[in-house]
Design a protein around this ligand. Structure first.
Ligand code: P6P
Length: 338
């Protein structure tokens, strides 16, 4: 058993030190980040015992995405909605599991933020013990007052670069908590012996170039000519350094590997229907902010993901993210071939 040394920096230590850097900081962010971490610990405990707690398997319902809802999805949605709602910092929320925006439990006219989250991404992997994750992005609200009108989603129709914080958790061999508040990307690992997240990666950087490509090649026939040509190239780079394929099929796992090792993750849209799979607001935009803060790049093949303004809260987009040189290389193929 590895014991956390006494000089380890916990998430609370880190947040307190960051807050001291900003004279007059309200402490709102500290409250929010520690609440997200609490929600993460609660969900991590259940995931690690899911097989025992018979929380595996389907509820028999489908969510707004038309996807079969896993019991843990529903549980994670309830945990994060409650834990974050009780901070009073949020007026409203968007969850992958819910059709419309919903009022945060203790939100009122004093609440300055809104949050969009995917409570448990990759949930189809739960039953086969593959890493899954939570993804979130926070915006300053543009509305005011204490009421939440489910028809008025303007607080969420902001470009990704407006996010004031974004992050993800990966529930894997260990529970990692990675976030940015616009001042670099920092990674923490949960020490279950003390129930604290401990700083393990300060100022994470994506390598400028990588030799790993990550995509579901089963969808090859649906891709545009440019994406097909790029993937054909990386599979046979004509005498140049060969690439290797890695694809987990769980966005947070594939993204986390790309953040650490470099390379490119691709989830193209269907060239005919122009429909992507990944959701802009609570999957692509938060991960794009992390990627760019770590020196990488994220786009839909033509425009930076962070410049995209959502047309609806569950809008799906094409998503290419990773080392800047790899993403720019793909964008050149799309520019030339469509
Ligand atoms: P495919 C999981 O269902 C998910 O939403 C993401 O976590 C993952 O990147 C993607 O779908 C995998 O999709 O079509 O390759 O199974």
């Amino acid at each position: 058993m590895v014991f956390t040394s006494s000089d380890a920096i916990t998430l609370s230590d880190f947040i307190r030190a960051e807050q001291r850097k900003h004279e007059g900081a309200s402490g709102h962010f500290s409250d929010i980040l520690l609440s997200i971490a609490l929600g993460t610990k609660i969900v991590a405990r259940v995931i690690n015992g899911a097989g025992i707690a018979s929380l595996l398997g389907l509820t028999g319902e489908t969510n707004v995405q038309g996807e079969a809802v896993q019991k843990l999805d529903v549980y994670a949605d309830k945990v994060f909605s409650s834990v974050l709602g009780r901070t009073g910092q949020f007026i409203s929320m968007v969850s992958e599991e819910r059709e419309t925006i919903f009022k945060a439990e203790d939100g009122d006219w004093r609440s300055d933020y809104v949050i969009a989250f995917d409570p448990l991404d990759g949930s189809s992997n739960i039953d086969v013990n593959v890493s899954i994750g939570t993804i979130w992005g926070i915006y300053k609200r543009v509305t005011d007052g204490s009421d939440v009108n489910p028809e008025d989603v303007s607080d969420f129709l902001q470009p990704g670069y407006s996010q004031v914080a974004a992050g993800y958790t990966i529930y894997g061999s260990s529970t990692a908590f990675v976030f940015t508040t616009g001042d670099g990307v920092h990674g923490f690992t949960l020490d279950p012996n003390i129930g604290e997240f401990v700083l393990t990666s300060r100022n994470m950087r994506i390598p400028p170039q990588g030799s790993t490509y990550s995509c579901n090649e089963g969808n090859y026939h649906t891709w545009s000519p440019g994406v097909k040509a790029y993937v054909d190239y990386v599979k046979n780079p004509k005498g140049e350094k060969p690439y290797r394929a890695r694809y987990v099929g769980s966005l947070v796992a594939d993204f986390h590997r790309t953040l650490l090792k470099g390379g490119i993750f691709l989830y193209p849209e269907d060239f005919k229907t122009k429909k992507g799979k990944l959701r802009l607001l609570y999957e692509c935009a938060p991960l794009a902010l992390i990627a760019e803060q770590a020196g990488g790049r994220a786009s839909n093949g033509k425009e930076a993901t962070l410049n995209l303004v959502p047309s609806s809260i569950h809008q799906r987009v094409a998503f290419f993210v990773g080392s800047t040189e790899n993403v720019e290389h793909l964008e050149a193929y799309i520019r030339d071939l469509g």
